[in-house]
Design a protein around this ligand. Structure first.
Ligand SMILES: Cc1cc2nc3c(=O)[nH]c(=O)nc-3n(C[C@H](O)[C@H](O)[C@H](O)COP(=O)(O)OP(=O)(O)OC[C@H]3O[C@@H](n4cnc5c(N)ncnc54)[C@H](O)[C@@H]3O)c2cc1C
Length: 332
């Protein structure tokens, strides 16, 4: 297959569009028209026009430097909080999972230790690594099926802890491929929300996480392992893990639970095409087998509208939606 045949109209640097994005400088892998259903936990969605897997941080930096200025860029991890519309993504998706994969104990003192983790490392691996080094606090990451980059972007959390509770510093890369370190004060961090503070980012249009250092307290390996086991067991009993899903679809509104509100409106089991509100956990939408992204998005909107009508509460989405609706199509 000629991977260079669908280059679009953008003026790309030589070598940019090869199957192996290559050549003299780039060492990562470029795929064209990559089905995003392969890279999202909902297992559905349109294609990424360009999908780049960097070889490492240096390669990512070179790649970003070479991108045309107007090319839209979407950085993703494991796609566990992501819906890609059926019409796909016309820009470039950059996938970091398993690429920016440093995981090291940086230093240790009497109170605990600091670990550095690349953005592409799976959260579960970090929880086990910390336990192994007798460090405690981030056991909760064991059940989050995303990367550290995604966890930083979302301030992922559960069971009373959140990712940014432990962040000492983050490593970021901007559109020009420039790498910086930033302290948590550069961000306004909240429940599933991480916003840049304007003053820290003057002149920086886009920036992504490429790693972070996490400060942890001294713990006990066996206790941490037990905690991890308990957390995972709890998930199996409360979440529909046998069907493709993206975790909680909506954020919990202040003082309440999205799942409770959805259930109270009789929406458990509600169906649009192949998408269904889980019978096990009302804040999960599962792909029963053949859901399109449009089925899922339509169901999200339907749930939102019903809950607003019945309770007066507007549920805010936790999942991120990118891409365009299928051409000529509309939400089902
Ligand atoms: C079964 C299941 C259970 C879940 N349980 C939880 C839970 O308990 N708590 C919770 O918080 N979440 C949960 N989630 C949701 C999801 O796992 C988290 O939000 C996770 O942090 C997403 O990581 P990811 O690597 O998959 O990110 P992706 O889904 O790939 O991306 C999510 C968003 O983050 C952005 N992003 C990703 N990487 C980067 C980066 N390096 N730099 C900047 N932006 C980036 C993307 O552009 C996108 O907007 C669950 C999901 C599933 C499927």
């Amino acid at each position: 297959m000629d991977l260079t045949s669908d280059a679009g109209n953008v003026d790309y640097p030589e070598g940019y569009l090869s199957g192996r994005a290559n050549m003299d400088v780039l060492r990562g892998e470029m795929r064209l028209n990559e089905p995003m259903g392969k890279h999202t936990s909902w297992r559905t969605g349109g294609m990424a026009r360009r999908y780049y897997i960097p070889a490492d941080l240096d390669d990512l930096s070179h790649f970003l430097q070479r991108l045309p200025a107007d090319e839209p860029v979407y950085m993703i991890g494991l796609g566990s909080n992501l819906l890609v519309r059926d019409g796909g993504v016309s820009g470039t998706v950059i996938a970091l999972h398993a690429r920016l994969n440093e995981l090291e104990l940086m230093y240790r003192d009497q109170a605990g230790g600091t670990i550095f983790v690349g953005a592409g490392v799976a959260c579960a691996k970090v929880a086990r690594f910390a336990a192994l080094h007798q460090l405690t606090g981030i056991e909760f990451l064991a059940g989050i099926p995303g990367t550290v980059g995604g966890a930083l972007a979302m301030n992922a959390g559960c069971y009373g802890s959140e990712t940014w509770d432990f962040v000492e510093q983050v490593k970021v890369i901007d559109r020009a491929g420039m790498i910086r370190l930033r302290k948590p004060v550069a961000y306004e961090v909240g429940y599933r929300s991480v916003q840049r503070t304007a003053e820290s980012f003057t002149g920086v249009k886009e920036e992504w996480f490429v790693g972070g250092s996490f400060r942890l307290k001294n713990g006990d390996e066996m206790i941490s392992r037990q905690t991890i086991k308990q957390f995972l067991t709890l998930r199996v009993t409360t979440q529909p893990l046998d069907k493709p899903n993206a975790g909680s679809v909506f954020r919990n509104p202040p003082g309440d639970y999205a799942a409770r509100l959805i259930e109270s409106c009789g929406l458990k089991g509600a169906i649009v095409g192949g998408a269904m509100v889980s019978l096990k956990h009302a804040n999960f939408i599962i792909n029963t087998g053949c859901a399109s992204a449009s089925d899922i998005e339509t169901l999200i909107i339907r749930v939102q509208e019903n809950v607003a009508r019945e309770t007066g509460i507007h549920l805010k989405q936790e999942v991120r939606i990118i891409g365009e609706a299928r051409e000529g199509g509309r939400l089902s």
